[in-house]
Design a protein around this ligand. Sequence first.
Ligand SMILES: [Fe+2]
Ligand SMILES: [Fe+2]
Length: 184
Amino acid sequence: MVKNAMTADYLRSAYGGESMAHMRYLIWGEAAEKDKKPNIGRLFKAIAYAEWAHARNHFQELKEQKGDFTVPAGAVFGHTDTVENLQGAIDGELHEVEQMYPVFMEVAKFQNEKGAERSFHWAVEAEKIHAKMFKDAQDAAKQGKDMELGPVYVCSVCGHTTADNLPDKCPVCGAKQEKYQHFV
Ligand SMILES: [Fe+2]
Ligand SMILES: [Fe+2]
């Protein structure tokens, strides 16, 4: 439950940003598949799922804030080729990692909003990984290739994303292994 207006504003903004990232990655994922880069397409779709988990967590924190709001939120636009789409993805993730979530977390901490602080923390930990994965994808796409990519695992609780091994439990939120969604 959120008590303070400023934290509520930031939760709504983060919800808006994550919702739009979710949609954008589904669109760019479909474009990567058409561009004959199925692994990059699968990466976009797995990360779209992680952004959905973030949006849901922020929305859940706002469950008692009923009403219709206009929500200002960062949104990356542009829909061209796979390399450029990946640049948009990298820029969006880095904005969240370097500016948006650190500021939102400080405000939540200052206002003693523990649920919001946790929701922001879970999101930013995943966004750091997303930025790196999109960079790896872009390195391959710049050479005209698809990326090398094994199964991608996304924690349905916090959005933690990994392509290495299925963790025994989530290193970010502590959820059990069976909470991970598999993108193969
Ligand atoms: Fe992300
Ligand atoms: Fe998790």
